[in-house]
Design a protein around this ligand. Structure first.
Ligand code: LRY
Length: 234
C-alpha cells in the first residue's frame, strides 16, 4: 500500500492493537489473536497493530485490505530498546505484509550501540517507500525522528522511558500530542498508549492526532478484568 493510500484509509479512524505478549495469556497463540482481530474488524476498526511475525502474517492474511502496523518486540539484556530494534526485524516485517513498520524512535542506546531513532534513517535509505512509524516518548524524540525521516510520529512510549516515567500515571499523553502538532503542523500523528475510554479517544483527536491506536482496553481481557478487580478492592 502506498503512503497516501494508507493515510487516507486510517485518518480519523481507530486502529486496534492486537497483542497478547504474556505467555499465560489465552490469546497468545496467533490463531487466537487472529480471532480477536476478527472481532475488532467486525466492530469497524480500520487496521491493526500486531507484534511478532507469526501474528502479523496471520492477521494480514485474514484482512489483506486493512492497514497493518507491524512490530517485533525483541528484549535484549542490558538494553532498553525492544520495539523492532534492528534491520533484521524490519526485513522480516516488510516481507510479511506490514504496511507500516513501527520502531523505537527515542534517543536511547540500542543493542548495537547506536541511538534508536537512527534506524529510521537506515530504513528510509534502504527502502524509501517503506512507511515508518516512530514510537516516541518526548518532544525531543519527535524532533529526532522527524529529522530521520519518520512518516508517522506515535506517542506509544510516553510513560515508559526514564525521561517520561512521570507521564505514566496521567494516562493518555494529550500534552505530547499537542506539542507535536504545534511544532510539526504537517506530520501525521498517531495517539497511542493508555487510551481507555471513548472520551479520551475523542480528546486525542481534538489535540491534533490523525489516528489513534487502542490496545489493552479492547484486546486484553486479562488486564481489563484485573482493572475491575483492583478497583473494587480499594
Ligand atoms: C509501551 C509498549 O511497549 N507499548 C506496546 C506497543 O506496541 C503495547 O504493549 C501497547 O499495548 C500498545 O502500545 C497500545 O497501548 P495500550 O495497550 O495502552 O492501548
Amino acid at each position: 500500500m502506498r503512503k497516501e493510500e494508507i493515510f487516507q484509509q486510517i485518518r480519523g479512524k481507530l486502529i486496534v492493537s492486537c497483542q497478547a505478549n504474556e505467555e499465560e495469556n489465552p490469546f497468545n497463540p496467533p490463531e487466537e489473536m487472529t480471532r480477536m482481530a476478527k472481532a475488532a474488524a467486525i466492530g469497524g476498526c480500520a487496521g491493526f497493530r500486531a507484534n511478532r511475525p507469526e501474528n502479523v502474517r496471520m492477521i494480514k492474511e485474514a484482512f489483506p485490505d486493512k492497514v497493518m502496523i507491524g512490530i517485533w518486540k525483541v528484549v535484549t539484556e542490558g538494553c532498553d530498546v525492544y520495539i523492532t530494534p534492528t534491520m533484521k526485524e524490519v526485513e522480516v516485517l516488510r516481507e510479511i505484509g506490514s504496511d507500516i513498520i513501527a520502531v523505537d524512535g527515542t534517543d536511547r542506546i540500542n543493542c548495537n550501540g547506536r541511538k534508536a531513532y537512527e534506524l529510521i534513517r537506515e530504513i528510509k535509505e534502504t527502502y524509501p517507500d517503506q512507511v515508518v512509524m516512530a514510537d516516541i516518548a518526548t518532544i525531543n524524540d519527535a524532533r529526532h525522528s522527524v529529522e530521520a525521516g519518520a512518516d508517522i510520529i506515535s506517542t506509544t512510549l510516553s510513560g515508559y522511558t526514564e525521561d517520561s516515567l512521570d507521564r505514566y500515571a496521567l494516562g493518555t499523553d494529550f500534552d505530547l500530542i499537542e506539542q507535536i502538532r504545534k511544532e510539526f503542523p504537517e506530520v501525521f500523528i498517531n495517539a497511542e498508549g493508555r487510551i481507555w475510554t471513548r472520551e479520551e479517544a475523542k480528546k486525542a483527536y481534538e489535540c491534533g492526532a490523525d489516528v489513534i491506536v487502542v490496545g489493552t482496553a479492547i484486546t486484553n481481557p486479562m488486564s481489563i478484568t484485573k482493572r475491575f478487580v483492583d478497583y473494587i478492592k480499594k
